[in-house]
Design a protein. Structure first.
Length: 644
């Protein structure tokens, strides 16, 4: 494969904080790489270094001659007076078309390619470029090309920035949290677009479905080192677990050896010390290795929620509009004890407005919420970061409470609680100003949970949180002894947490679905196919699985275990397989079994320890391709089996 970018021995630090040390990796043509690390480990910094926006301490960054790069930053910025079309074309403040000559960046130098930020990347046929930009913006559901970017919402601005990257037709794109602020429809469109494209990608994202379906390589920064996994996110999880198990075994062995070495050193007469300097030197190396700690604990925060009674809240005839935009119309809903509800829908359909009405931040135009006396809300919102940068991390949480009560009646101190959320003792005594954006989000989450709420309302909780923190939060919510409402575009997170969802379609159309988001999406696809097959017109997403909640007084939603699968035969019609599809279905079983056998053979070879480096590389690439084929064939088999 043609190499586009090679990073050699790269190191970066801020004062005494080392982000990564001597990391080396490359990006080849067609590779789609996911970058994973804890918040504060240097993910965004690494992308900025590659884009020429930051310097570094040592190493080199070498690009292929005339390489075109696009960069989607986590928080895009444009000059406010630019129109949408101008921003997409000119990229004056973000995402230029960067033509990288074959250049080697040296330490502590910022690339002069930043000057391209003040140049038009599209100085050729302007009419053709404008047409292409309009087509891309239309795909991204942006139609008002003359609207000033200063008036756009966060989601609209992210889509303009995304269009700015894609319209320049780069060969390599750097994506920093591309799904943040995008609604589910837009995320799934982008997922399909990138999956079909031949663009090389280096991406930071917390969206694990997105990561799993797009990327064929994973690189992880862990304890300042870089580790590479040649497969998708599922493959990474498996191999990372094996790596940590081996590392922990090595650390335990080093600890045992160190105790023996320590005994030896203590028994040596001072006069003989010079005869075994190599042994003493080896002792200190062993000591350093044995002191390592692999933070791979499966944390279960069994925190005790405040008592919550049987009455939670009831929404009675709620109506809300903004000018001509209807949010809710005669909306009724009775919330049950220990319910875990997900809310989904496109941006602008009223999800956040509903939450703000529930918590009293916004008043409904008519109707009311009847909330139980024992309900104690804990709200995590997008506007919740209001910390004093001059306070220490531990003091921010200590101002709320000195300890938190666990489910077994025991207490946990602030320091212990922060440690569970990956704030080390050193970081706990840092000032808030030193935290990364993701670390501040994690601290905000701690302040919400530290109050012992019995009803959690989480508005886009996954934005800016790393995957490790999300795992801890998911574990917490699964065992939370209270009520939960989650507004999120993170499909993976929703699938793990909620047992049913409310779908906001816009124009006061709200439906309930018993199941998680993937169940809803599968059912919607089935409904669409069934309607098309029967020429019955447009699906309304109602019926057995989508119960309209508007204009239904005292409606109690039906409950469904989130582990149940949706039975498509319960829809209004059934789809029969054609002869060709039936033959395909029968052949897929044999193909999947054959691929699985080949995968087992490769795994046995890879674990044998008898392969050369070239053989290891070849077989690792092959197993990644096999996994992709197995997933693809299995999904097709499932699709056909439901139609059978």
């Amino acid at each position: 494969m043609i190499s586009l970018l090679q990073i050699e021995g790269l190191s970066k630090s801020f004062g005494d904080l080392v982000l990564f040390r001597n990391i080396t990796f490359g990006i080849a043509q067609g590779q789609k790489i996911g970058l994973i690390a804890k918040n504060g480990s240097g993910k965004t910094t690494l992308l900025n270094i590659i884009a020429g926006k930051e310097g570094y301490d040592s190493g080199s960054v070498v690009f292929r001659n005339d390489l075109r790069i696009g960069y989607l930053e986590q928080s895009p910025h444009f000059r406010e007076e630019l129109t949408v079309l101008e921003a997409c074309l000119y990229a004056l403040s973000t995402n230029p078309l960067i033509e990288k000559k074959e250049v080697k960046y040296m330490p502590n130098h910022i690339s002069d390619l930043q000057t391209h930020h003040n140049m038009s990347p599209l100085d050729g046929d302007r009419i053709a470029h404008e047409q292409r930009a309009k087509e891309m913006l239309t795909r991204l559901k942006i139609s008002d090309f003359d609207k000033p970017v200063g008036t756009l919402s966060g989601g609209q601005l992210k889509r303009v920035a995304l269009g700015n990257v894609l319209v320049t037709e780069p060969e390599l794109i750097l994506l920093d949290e591309p799904t943040n602020h995008l609604d589910l429809e837009m995320i799934e469109w982008l997922e399909g677009y990138l999956d079909r494209s031949t663009i090389s990608i280096l991406m930071v994202t917390h969206d694990r479905y997105f990561l799993d379906r797009i990327c064929n390589d994973i690189v992880e920064i862990d304890q300042k080192e870089l580790f590479r996994y040649q497969g998708n996110y599922s493959y990474y999880l498996e191999k990372r677990s094996e790596r940590l198990a081996a590392k922990n075994t090595e650390i335990e062995r080093a600890g045992n050896l160190m105790r023996k070495e320590l005994d030896w050193m203590r028994r040596q007469p001072q006069a003989r010390a010079t005869k075994a300097k190599y042994r003493i030197h080896a002792f200190y190396e062993l000591e350093e290795k044995s002191m390592q700690r692999m933070d791979n604990r499966q944390v279960r925060l069994n925190v005790s929620a405040s008592y919550i009674g049987s009455k939670i809240f009831e929404a009675v005839d709620i109506c809300k509009s903004f000018d001509e935009t209807r949010i809710l119309q005669n909306f009724n809903y009775t919330f049950s004890r220990y319910e875990k509800l997900g809310i989904v829908g496109n941006n602008g359909t009223g999800k956040s407005t509903f939450i703000k009405m529930l918590t009293g931040e916004i008043e409904p135009d008519s109707g009311h919420f009847d909330i139980g006396e024992t309900v104690r809300f804990g709200v995590y919102s997008q506007e919740g970061l209001t910390f004093d940068d001059h306070m220490k991390v531990i003091d921010v949480v200590r101002n709320i409470a000195e300890y938190i009560t666990m489910g077994d009646g025991k207490t946990m101190t602030v320091a212990q609680f922060l440690n569970y959320f990956l704030f080390t003792p050193v970081t706990q005594h840092d000032f808030v100003a030193k935290l990364s954006g993701g670390e501040k989000r994690r601290l905000y989450l701690c302040t919400v949970l530290m109050r012992n709420p019995n009803f959690l309302i989480l508005d886009e909780p996954t934005n800016d949180l790393d995957i490790i923190t999300l795992n801890i939060l998911e574990e917490y919510l699964i065992h939370f002894k209270g009520c939960v409402i989650v507004v999120s575009h993170d499909r993976y997170f929703m699938d793990k947490i909620v047992d049913h969802i409310l779908v906001f379609h816009g124009d006061a159309d709200v439906c309930e679905f018993p199941g998680n988001y993937s169940h809803y999406r599968d059912w919607k696809e089935w409904k669409k196919k069934a309607d098309k097959n029967n020429k019955a017109g447009k699906s309304e997403d109602t019926g057995k699985y989508g119960n309209s909640l508007n204009a239904k007084k005292n409606a109690t939603p039906s409950k469904s275990n989130s582990n149940n699968t949706i039975n498509p035969s319960k829809t209004s019609s059934r789809i029969k397989l054609s002869y060709k599809e039936l033959r395909e279905f029968e052949s897929l079983e044999g193909e999947i079994a054959s691929f699985e056998n080949k995968k087992k053979e490769l795994e046995t070879a890879l674990n044998s320890g008898n392969l050369s480096i070239d053989e290891l590389t070849q077989k690792s690439n092959h197993i990644g391709e096999l996994i992709r084929m197995i997933d693809e064939k299995t999904m097709r088999w499932l699709e056909l089996s439901e139609m059978k």
